[in-house]
Every structure is written in C-alpha cells, then in structure tokens.
Design a binder for this molecule. Structure first.
Ligand SMILES: CC(=O)SCCNC(=O)CCNC(=O)[C@H](O)C(C)(C)COP(=O)(O)OP(=O)(O)OC[C@H]1O[C@@H](n2cnc3c(N)ncnc32)[C@H](O)[C@@H]1OP(=O)(O)O
Ligand SMILES: O=C([O-])CC(=O)C(=O)O
Length: 381
C-alpha cells in the first residue's frame, strides 16, 4: 500500500504551522515580539513578571486585586515539601542544575498528579504551584550542592527579589531585583519554540502538568536552545580578548562551527530581547563597573554581522543574558534554569491553550527503510 503525502517534508518543521495560538507573536523581519498583542518593550518598562505570567496564561492583564491575589497565592506556595528537598539532597553535586530541575519538576507529579484537566481549580492550582516552586527548587539545589541547607523563601520579598535572596541569603538591592524581573519577563514566552512544542506534544496526551513542564525543561537545556546562554560565556572566555575575536570567527567559519548566541529560526534581524538585555548590562555598569567580556561581546557582534549579516544572523536572546546574570552575581550554570523559571509562564499558557482544543500530536514520517527484510538467526549474523 502506498501512502500519500500532502505536504513537502521540511527538516525541523521549518515554516510548518503546527498550532493556532493567540499567546504571542514574532515578526522576524521587523524584530517585534508581542505577548497577547502587547509589545515586549512596553511590558518590560511598565509591567512585572507575575503580571506578564497572568496575561499570558489568562489572556488579559489582571486588575490590581487579581494581581495581588495571584502574587499572594504564589507567595503562599513557594516552599517545597521536605521529601522533595531530601530527594534533591541525593543528587550528585556535580550534576547540572537543569537535570536537577527536570527531575524535581517531574517529582511534583508524585504529590499533585490528580489530572483533573477539566477542573479550572485544578488548572489554577497547578499554575500557581509550578510558578511558585520552580525557583525554590533551582535555589535549593544550588545551596545543597555547596553543602548548605536550602534558604527558605522570604515572605517580605517579591518573586524576583526572593529568588536572588535564596541564592545568597542577602536581600538584593532594588535595581538588581528590578533588572532580574525584567529578564524574567523577556524570557517568559516565544511562540512555538522547541521547548514549548515539547510541552504541547506532552500536554496533548492529557498527562499531568508536571510531566509537561519536565519535558519542556529537558528540551530547553540543549545548547541550540536555552542552553546557549551558558555556552556564550564559555565562548567569550575562550576568545579572551578583542584581538582574538576575528581569528575566532574565522576559525568557526573554517570549521563550520556555530557561534553561540547568534542566529534564529524566525528572527532575521537582531532579537529585540537581545537589545533590551544589552541595555540592562550597560545599566549595571553604573553599579558594578565595566566588564571586559562585554567589550568582547560587542566586537563579536560587529564581526559576526560583517560576515553573516547577509544571512540574517544576529544576536538572539541568549547572547547578552549571561552578561546580565554575571553582573548580578549568578553562577553560569544557573543561566538556563533561570530561563526555565521564566518560560514556565509560556509553557503553562500553551498547556492551557492546548487543552482547550486538544487533539493528540501525531505527525507522519517519510519512511526511508526497506520492506520484507528477512529475519537472520543470531548464529548466522
Ligand atoms: C532561546 C533560543 O533558543 S535562541 C537560539 C539559541 N541557540 C544558539 O544561539 C545556538 C547557535 N544558533 C544556531 O544553532 C541556529 O541559529 C538556531 C538553532 C538558533 C536556528 O537554527 P536553524 O533555523 O535550523 O538554522 P540553521 O542551523 O539551518 O542555519 C541556517 C544557516 O545559517 C548558519 N547559522 C545559523 N546560526 C549560526 C550561528 N550561530 N553561527 C554561524 N552560522 C550560523 C548555518 O550554518 C546555515 O548556513 P548555510 O545555509 O550556509 O548552511
Ligand atoms: O523561538 C525560538 O525558536 C527560540 C527562542 O528564541 C525562545 O524560545 O525564546
């Protein structure tokens, strides 16, 4: 029997619509990103991360009372069960925090997996629990791998400030907390990227939301996606000086090696989030002094544009974020977990949207193997 294919096979599903969504929109030619129609520049200037999460998940900006209630609910659920802490204590301290996060997010399902997906209250609680507990789990693993007890959430601090506090046990200064909150808003959502697609595929089987988030965390970790933010700093260190930028780019061209933090499936101009993040690094110079890696990054952007601009290869969101986090005193291997903390908002919005119109994802493939192959007994192979 022959199978008819109605559309051309596209590696990486480039340009193939796999869903309808009203959550966010990217104009890759003009460099515009909107969440529920609101431009990202506007949201980062005027809004907060939790307000943005509410907007993404419930399709409108919250009223003052709704936002207060949402923030209070999240604050109330920030602690994690001692059994999850004990489980995390057994993780190898040399393990990557993204692996620790994926495992811990999945473990939440052991406690809360009722799967009442048609119950709005179940959905609301899952949203609150995941947004509340993921940062606590990231910070707890960070403390425990250093041999410390986890630092309990501080009820006087908001979402962003509390995360920074749980990393250091020091209340961050208001500018640092505000900049971190802007970073979370910037990373909260980005249409049907790889990790969101992963979340949607997992959601489409009607499994529990903890499995949805765990699968998305695993996908985000890769160096072609969220994991690139950590790789960028390694690359800047390897380059080491402004003079080495051009030889480094030439070496990448000769070896057909990707330059981390550059290129995007959708943007053919500079990612608008990279522009905002670059401004944030510069703002932090006022507080913590210049950074030699920033100068290398700027030169790298110039040389990459010179060589690859014609191909539409410009900095993406992962290029400048690590420099901001370093200025905030955050260790490099927490950069991608921080991306995950923010992206939980977008993943949950897509989970909810998927459930409303669900049909299991089950694409087709172009079979390239043989037929009627003989079974050769093991002694004859
Ligand atoms: C949050 C995020 O996920 S943002 C992306 C983070 N990832 C990175 O920064 C890793 C580096 N970038 C990349 O690997 C890619 O640009 C991706 C994965 C982001 C997008 O991949 P795709 O859309 O599949 O583009 P693809 O890899 O096919 O590249 C298209 C062309 O641009 C080139 N190219 C793309 N990105 C880069 C790069 N960073 N450095 C050098 N060349 C690049 C490719 O070599 C290819 O060239 P060719 O047509 O001559 O063969
Ligand atoms: O959209 C993409 O493919 C990757 C990206 O920038 C994101 O997930 O933020």
């Amino acid at each position: 029997m022959t199978t008819t294919f109605f559309c051309e096979y596209k590696p990486g599903l480039e340009g193939i619509p796999a869903a309808k969504s009203s959550i966010s929109h990217v104009d890759g030619q003009k460099g515009i990103l909107e969440y529920r129609g609101i431009n990202i520049e506007e949201l980062t200037k005027k809004g907060s991360f939790l307000e943005t999460a509410y907007l993404l998940i419930w399709d409108r900006l919250p009223t003052k009372e709704e936002l207060k209630q949402f923030e209070t609910n999240i604050l109330y659920h920030r602690r994690i069960k001692y059994r999850i802490r004990d489980m995390m204590k057994c993780f190898p301290e040399t393990g990557h925090p993204m692996d620790a996060l994926q495992t811990s997010a999945a473990a939440l399902g052991l406690f809360y997996s009722r799967r009442a997906l048609d119950d709005p209250e179940y959905i609301r609680k899952a949203v609150v629990r995941l947004l509340a507990k993921i940062p606590t789990m990231v910070a707890a693993f960070h403390q425990m791998r250093k041999g410390n007890d986890p630092i309990q959430p501080n009820d006087e601090l908001d979402y962003a400030a509390n995360f920074l506090y749980m990393l250091t046990e020091r209340k961050p200064d208001p500018l640092a907390a505000r900049i971190f909150d802007v970073c979370l808003t910037l990373h909260a959502e980005h249409t049907i990227n790889a990790s969101t697609f992963s979340a949607m595929v997992t959601a489409s089987t009607l499994t529990d939301p903890y499995a949805v988030i765990a699968s998305a965390v695993g996908t985000l970790a890769g160096p072609l996606h969220g994991g690139a933010n950590e790789e960028v700093l390694l690359m800047l260190e390897e380059i080491g000086s402004i003079e080495n930028v051009r030889p480094y780019v030439e070496k990448c061209i000769a070896n057909k090696q990707k330059i981390m933090g550059f290129g995007h499936r959708v943007y053919k101009v500079k990612d608008p989030r990279a522009t905002i993040l670059q401004d944030l690094v510069k703002q932090l110079f006022g507080e913590t002094g210049q950074d030699p890696y920033y100068d290398i990054a700027v030169e790298l952007e110039r040389v990459v544009e010179e060589n690859f601009g014609h191909k539409g290869i410009y900095p993406n969101v992962d290029f400048y974020s690590g420099l901001v986090y370093r200025k905030l005193g955050i260790p490099d291997d927490l950069f991608t977990p921080i991306f995950a903390i923010a992206r939980v908002a977008g993943w949950l919005a897509h989970w909810k949207e998927q459930l409303a119109v669900n049909r299991i994802f089950r694409p087709t493939q172009v079979y390239t193997g043989v037929h009627n192959a003989p079974y050769i007994p093991i002694e004859e192979r």
